[in-house]
Design a protein. Structure first.
Length: 147
């Protein structure tokens, strides 16, 4: 069975809880990403997503040059272990209604992030392999060149 470590995104954009919302938005824009994990040292303490920017900042007219990450971050965060099964991670995401799961090691240090895109890519690959294997099995011997 595949683990979260096999499919997670390892390059995670992080920021401190004291960073301004404006700077976090600029990070997201420049890297073309949908979230920033807020860390204290190496431990994730919150997350800011595009949805947070829309629902918490824009809709409430928050001053993005003054307000900081701790003002809008979702906290506490739900995280997962890199050795957890991909299907378990998918279940957690569905049950909690979240699209991004920070991945932490045994010391609670951030080692990656698992996104819906990572899960979708994994399931698409699994489906492709299943179909290819099924077709090979269904046509076994039909295209054989044995003499």
């Amino acid at each position: 069975m595949d683990t979260v470590a096999n499919i997670m995104t390892k390059d995670v954009q992080t920021s401190s809880e004291n960073e301004t919302i404006m700077n976090i938005a600029r990070m997201m824009y420049s890297r073309k990403i949908g979230s920033v994990v807020i860390v204290r040292y190496i431990k994730p303490i919150g997350i800011i997503t595009e949805r947070d920017m829309t629902y918490k900042v824009v809709a409430n007219n928050i001053q993005s040059k003054i307000a900081t990450a701790k003002d809008i971050m979702t906290s506490p965060i739900i995280s997962i272990n890199p050795n957890d099964n991909v299907y378990y991670a998918f279940k957690v995401m569905n049950e909690k209604g979240i699209k991004k799961l920070p991945v932490v090691n045994e010391n609670e240090g951030l080692v990656g992030i698992l996104t819906q895109t990572d899960i979708l890519r994994y399931f698409n690959q699994q489906r492709k392999e299943f179909v290819i294997n099924a077709l090979r099995g269904a046509h076994k011997g039909v295209y054989s060149v044995e003499g």
